[in-house]
Design a protein around this ligand. Structure first.
Ligand code: HPA
Length: 276
């Protein structure tokens, strides 16, 4: 058997020994946004270290557990903490959790992250809904033997971020009077922040916000037929645009400050996605 699939199935069986919960929506909480899990009427929590072979995050601020439960009756699984490629895991491990949530039953994947703003109309603290991405700077998670059991060798990526889910996010933001930017996100590997020259390059390529996650998960989820949407919290303006040096603390602080509005958008979007 394909070793990547074998590991995925062994994680699946490990989770299934602990819960038979079937989520409809899967949610990944980015840097500083983990508190959203408090919104969930919890039925089960599974720390990642109780799942055999599961990649464990080493980043401060990334708690590290699956939370299963309901938001207004919508069955959800939420990843409190995710692993990043820069931690040294193979890219197939980085996307294993997204795939696992798909196998557990989630039809929808809601990704969130922290990013640096490149678009000159953005300011720190803005939200940006992803309309598309550029994946060229991180390894493609589908490299290696294809897992035929879950998807095709050459999957289409012409609408990675599902237009119906995007419409839901925009209408929620509108209904709540919350400003929502839209744009293209690029995932770089990190862990160093970008240089000003890299940011100028990304700007010329049409990138609106840059971060170190999300795109690989979105590709893997699309590959297996999940519908995906994503919101970025633009925590800072990217290197060379903002004058002060970037720090992880600054990113976390900005995300924490944005958390209450972010909670509202994500919660209401999930309720509306649950009605699809
Ligand atoms: N660059 C990359 N990742 C980030 C940034 C940034 O400026 N801010 C938050 N995550």
């Amino acid at each position: 058997m394909n070793p990547v699939y074998e590991k995925l199935m062994s994680c699946y069986e490990s989770v299934r020994r602990k819960t038979d919960f079937e989520p409809k929506v899967a949610l990944v909480l980015g840097s500083g946004l983990g508190k959203f899990a408090d919104e969930i009427e919890v039925t089960a929590r599974i720390p990642y270290n109780e799942i055999e072979g599961f990649p464990i995050s080493t980043v401060p601020g990334h708690a590290g557990q699956f939370v299963f439960g309901y938001i207004e009756g919508v069955p959800v699984v939420c990843m409190q903490g995710r692993v990043h490629y820069y931690e040294g895991y193979p890219i197939t491990d980085v996307v294993l959790p997204a795939r696992l949530m798909g196998l557990l039953g989630a039809k929808y994947l809601f990704l969130t992250n922290a990013s640096g703003g490149i678009n000159r109309d953005f300011k720190a603290g803005d939200f940006m809904m992803l309309t598309d991405h550029i994946s060229l700077f991180a390894p493609n998670p589908l490299i290696g033997p294809n897992i035929d059991e879950i998807g095709t060798r050459f999957p289409d990526m012409s609408s990675v971020y599902d237009p119906i889910l995007c419409d839901i996010i925009l209408s929620v933001a509108d209904d709540y009077g919350i400003e929502m930017q839209s744009g293209v996100y690029a995932q770089l590997t990190g862990p160093s922040f970008e240089s000003p020259a890299e940011i100028r390059m990304l700007g010329k390529l049409g990138v609106d916000a840059v971060g170190m996650s999300t795109v690989v998960e979105a590709i893997a989820a699309n590959h297996m037929g999940m519908k995906v949407c994503a919101i970025s919290c633009v925590c800072n303006l990217a290197a060379g645009i903002q004058e002060t040096p970037l720090t992880h603390d600054e990113v976390q602080e900005a995300a924490a400050k944005a958390a209450p509005l972010f909670k509202q958008i994500v919660r209401e979007s999930i309720i509306r996605i649950g009605a699809l």
